[in-house]
Design a protein around this ligand. Structure first.
Ligand code: HEC
Ligand code: HEC
Length: 159
């Protein structure tokens, strides 16, 4: 038992040493996404603001879950409470003036419309997300279907 422990300790020590010398090498040679050497502490970017305009955004395709145009900080969604539904449920919308969850949210997996929101659609943030006020870090070449059709037209395929 004792021998085993020494062996384990030795292995650990050697592993540790190997790792730290690798790190020293890596520092000069590996490009990092942090924009600085591995050891240097880069400036922490500010936490961006949540976009809270209350204005609906265009959907990029009809089946897209719309992005959330308001803050959702501290909105509890768990097995006991669903804060989102206190405004977005069928019964709440007259008072909240929030758009009601659409009929797909009441469908079970067989497409049967149920009396209340289906468990498949209960955890809203699986599909709906708020947006931040930031410049995107990477470009995006997505074209929506109208743009794609627009591009095809000169080739004589569309009407
Ligand atoms: C206090 C009421 C309230 C709560 C709570 C609330 N919402 Fe909203 N939501 C609204 C209102 C009102 C709108 C309409 C736009 C606006 O005024 O922001 C809206 C808009 C939306 C939209 C945009 C719909 C569209 O057609 O573009 C989505 C998606 C949404 N909310 C999801 C959520 C989710 C997910 C939660 C929970 C994390 C939530 N909301 C909690 C009131 C609420
Ligand atoms: C599995 C993904 C999914 C989950 C979970 C989900 N949604 Fe949606 N939601 C969608 C999709 C997709 C759409 C757009 C197509 C549609 O209406 O079904 C949508 C549309 C909406 C709309 C716009 C309805 C309209 O007619 O303009 C609201 C509001 C909304 N969801 C709120 C919620 C809330 C609140 C929850 C949680 C109780 C929730 N959603 C859970 C996928 C989801």
């Amino acid at each position: 038992m004792k021998n085993f422990m020494y062996a384990a300790l030795l292995a650990l020590l050697m592993g540790g040493l190997g790792w730290s010398s690798n790190l020293a090498q890596a520092e000069d040679t590996i490009a990092t996404l942090r924009g600085s050497a591995i050891k240097a502490q880069p400036n922490t970017p500010r936490i961006p603001r949540i976009s809270n305009t209350d204005l609906k955004r265009m959907r990029n395709y009809p089946e897209q879950p719309p992005t959330i145009p308001h803050k959702i900080r501290s909105y509890q969604v768990d097995k006991n409470v669903n804060k989102c539904l206190t405004c977005h449920s069928r019964r709440a919308t007259a008072e909240s003036q929030a758009p009601m969850v659409s009929v797909t949210h009441f469908m079970d997996r067989d497409g049967q419309v149920r009396a209340s929101v289906s468990p498949r659609r209960y955890f809203c943030n699986q599909c709906h997300v708020p947006q931040h006020d930031i410049n995107p870090l990477v470009g995006n070449t997505f074209l929506d279907v109208d743009e794609v059709i627009g591009r095809l037209k000169p080739m004589g395929t569309g009407q």
